[in-house]
Write a protein that binds this ligand. Structure first.
Ligand SMILES: O=C(O)C(=O)C[C@H](O)C(=O)CO
Ligand SMILES: [Zn+2]
Length: 278
């Protein structure tokens, strides 16, 4: 298991970052590495994000010095989505089989967490996000069919998409973690536009279903100081609470969003008018 640390930034400092510094601070690459768990420990709301890709043998989630407790979920909760082939997650002996796009919420206090693929020729890829927790809720598997669905946008503005709220207060109780999947309709390229910030919560965007030859331009920064990061398939972007987060692809794509912070109120967004953006 590998874990690297990222620190938080002041918005005024981010204004001066060049391309490489922006990528170094906010882009998470190399999420899926065969037979390994690769994590980023971010000081943005202490979110840990990354991937587990078991191929030849099961992988166990273990605590590291960064986590600072005896087991990974002693004082944390975990949300995960399978974006690969059929997979299995075992939590303290209980088996959860996850098809692609199924999600699992794993409760604080769970000790023995193992990931495996059901077919090593088509391995599972588990995208993981963990936030601190101070109360234990129930571990639960959530399929896309169980999600609260929010169709949004229209083809004329290139942003027709469905938001699947999966780890969300209307579906499963959590201490702070909120996660879901947004799928763009074929031929639509814009996500989260018109855009917003939410000072009460950070957000992490993980982009997938993008062909290798395609790229996505993820916009970030203060609304009047926008910057962009060019993103490839299966990369993620850290969005601090002060930053907008939206993007446009050269091909349609899907993404998993995850939020941690002061509230779980999905619609508590500070909408940004296009006319005010710079
Ligand atoms: O397509 C969208 O719009 C989103 O998925 C928006 C995210 O869910 C979000 O930013 C929630 O705050
Ligand atoms: Zn948001």
């Amino acid at each position: 298991m590998k874990i690297t640390t990222r620190y938080d930034t002041h918005p005024a400092d981010a204004r001066g970052y060049d391309t490489e510094t922006l990528r170094d601070r906010y882009l998470i690459d190399g999420i899926f590495q065969a037979d390994d768990i690769v994590l980023t420990y971010s000081h943005v709301d202490r979110v840990v994000a990354g991937g587990a890709m078991p191929v030849s043998a099961p992988l166990a989630l273990v605590a590291t010095k960064e986590i600072g407790s005896d087991t990974f979920l002693e004082r944390r909760e975990l949300g995960l989505f399978n974006v690969g082939g059929a997979g299995r997650v075992t939590v303290d002996g209980t088996v959860y089989d996850l098809e692609t796009r199924d999600a699992l919420y794993v409760a604080m206090g769970s000790v023995d967490i193992r990931f495996e693929s059901l077919d090593s020729a088509n391995p599972a890829k588990f995208y993981l996000v963990s936030t601190p927790a101070h109360a234990r809720f129930e571990t639960m598997k959530i399929s896309a069919a169980q999600a609260k669905q929010r169709p949004l946008g229209e083809t004329a503005t290139g942003n027709k998409r469905v938001i699947y709220q999966m780890i969300h207060p209307d579906v499963v109780r959590t201490a702070q973690l909120v996660m879901g999947l947004t799928v763009l309709e074929n031929g639509n390229m814009w996500n989260s536009m018109p855009c917003h910030t939410h000072e009460r919560r950070c957000e992490f965007y993980f982009y997938f279903d993008l062909p290798d030859s395609a790229r996505l331009f993820h916009f970030m920064g203060e609304p009047t100081e926008t910057r962009h990061i060019v993103v490839a398939n299966e990369q993620a972007v850290i969005s601090p609470s002060w930053s907008i987060h939206c993007g446009v692809g050269t091909h349609s794509y899907s993404f998993i969003w995850a939020m941690g912070g002061d509230n779980q109120t999905f619609d508590d967004m500070d909408q940004v008018s296009l006319a005010s953006m710079r």
